[in-house]
Design a protein around this ligand. Sequence first.
Ligand code: IMP
Ligand code: MG
Length: 188
Amino acid sequence: MGARQATDRSEGRERRLEILYSSAEIEARIRDLAQDIAAVMGPDVMIVAILKGSFIFAADLVRALHHAGMRPRIDFMMLGSYGTATASSGRIEVLHDVRDEVQGREVLVVDDILESGRTVAFARERLMARGAARVRLCVLLDKPGKRGAGIEADFVGFRCPDQFVVGYGLDYAHHYRELPFIGYFADA
Ligand code: IMP
Ligand code: MG
């Protein structure tokens, strides 16, 4: 087994995963991303992390933002989109909304992956409607192949090939979020 592969046994059977981004690569990229964000946004940004997928990324990003001299506030929005395990239907449901005051704030929406763009477009519109001064978007992965909502992120960790990926917060049917790297199934 090469260095870019891992074996996962979390569903009672073995699945081979190709590692796309190792934990060391993710860590290094987030450090640079935090510097980019700090260069553009004021220190008192409000982070809105989209659950569940972004929870690990957001946790690492806010600590990197601290090292970059920022003082982020952090709140969460949990959004669900109906669909199958690997494709969303387009309908978005608010499962948990932001609790903190949004009015007048510089907001950075943080999500795991930008695919069609519907999820972050929805979050941005909702935050603008609540009076945010400005809403920027930061995604760990940008999968441009399936973009529909005419939306681009302001800050992108990695441009990702058009593969279904898991790990580092991203799931397949509620599994694999705990993996410290991002990979895809070799046998898929
Ligand atoms: P969008 O609304 O089509 O941009 O989809 C974004 C959401 O779909 C993300 O927040 C993820 O939760 C999920 N998603 C999209 N692609 C993947 C993937 O490759 N692996 C795991 N989840 C994904
Ligand atoms: Mg998600």
